[in-house]
Design a protein around this ligand. Structure first.
Ligand SMILES: NC(=O)c1ccc[n+]([C@@H]2O[C@H](COP(=O)([O-])OP(=O)(O)OC[C@H]3O[C@@H](n4cnc5c(N)ncnc54)[C@H](O)[C@@H]3O)[C@@H](O)[C@H]2O)c1
Length: 245
């Protein structure tokens, strides 16, 4: 998404707890695109760190048109010990604090600035990255707390669309199915999980990160100015096929 937005001329703030990965992303972008990129290292589950990070952001940039809440953690998810009712409290807190509270912290802090912007017709755009695990078809005990956290983020997407609509801020979510990224330890894990849940993908391939970036570009564009409160499922048809094929 960072590469895609930079390609369209956006200046970027990219935030992560892992600064090395951010530097890699920045260097990759700057190889072919000339744009301003600020690296930030806030733990989004910590409100104070998010507030400090926003000060750093607004000392360099004077507005924020697009906020993407992308950071997320999956949880253990390999055996029955990861079922939600046997998970340790620390695991519950870790997943909920990043996936739900983290997006809430970020939205609270950055929507404040967006509300006072004068861009027309839309003053700002918020994009949450949810997951099919948080939809009715995707409830999955092997990543139970993660499923619940993403369901909460889907509901927050709708709530924030209601709360920020009067300020002409749109709030939508991209809801990915299965994408091979570092969130999974291996492709084998994905295959095992798909077998377990009897998942077959009507569009028979694992998703690419560029698929997500394309939808993010669409949501950020004027073509999506009248769309708000939606959770756009991007899963090659997985959620309509689960337990059906
Ligand atoms: N990969 C998939 O199949 C898939 C499917 C559905 C949803 N998602 C969602 O997509 C988003 C991106 O995940 P990904 O697949 O690229 O995995 P990823 O692990 O590569 O990316 C997640 C990033 O979040 C960062 N992060 C974790 N905790 C943080 C914190 N407290 N503060 C700041 N940054 C933090 C990590 O360092 C990491 O760089 C996540 O929200 C994930 O739940 C992924």
């Amino acid at each position: 998404m960072a590469i895609a937005f930079a390609n369209k001329g956006a200046n970027l703030v990219i935030n992560d707890i892992n600064l090395d990965n951010l530097k890699e992303t920045r260097d990759l972008i700057l190889k072919s695109i000339k744009t301003d990129i600020l690296l930030a290292k806030a733990d989004i589950s910590n409100f104070e760190e998010v507030k400090q990070m926003s000060k750093q952001v607004f000392s360099q940039f004077d507005n924020v048109y697009i906020l993407v809440n992308n950071a997320g953690v999956r949880g253990i998810g390999k055996k029955a010990s990861s079922f939600s009712l046997v998970a340790k409290e620390a695991e519950y807190d870790r997943i909920m604090n990043v996936n739900v509270k983290g997006a809430w912290n970020m939205t609270k802090v950055f929507s404040k600035k967006m509300r006072n912007q004068t861009f027309k017709p839309i003053t700002g755009k918020l994009i949450n990255i949810t997951s099919c695990a948080g939809t009715d078809c995707g409830a999955n005990p092997f990543i139970g707390i993660y499923s619940a956290s993403k369901a909460a983020l889907i509901m927050f997407t709708k709530l924030w669309a209601l709360e920020l609509g009067a300020n002409n801020i749109t709030v939508n979510a991209i809801c990915p199915g299965i994408f091979f990224t570092p969130i999974y330890e291996s492709r084998e894990f994905i295959k095992e999980w798909m077998k377990l849940r009897k998942v077959s993908l009507p569009i028979n391939r694992i998703g690419e990160t560029t698929d997500v970036a394309d939808v993010a570009l669409f949501l950020a564009s004027p073509a999506a100015d009248y769309i708000t409160g939606q959770n756009i499922i991007l899963d090659g048809g997985m959620t309509v096929s689960i337990n059906k094929l």
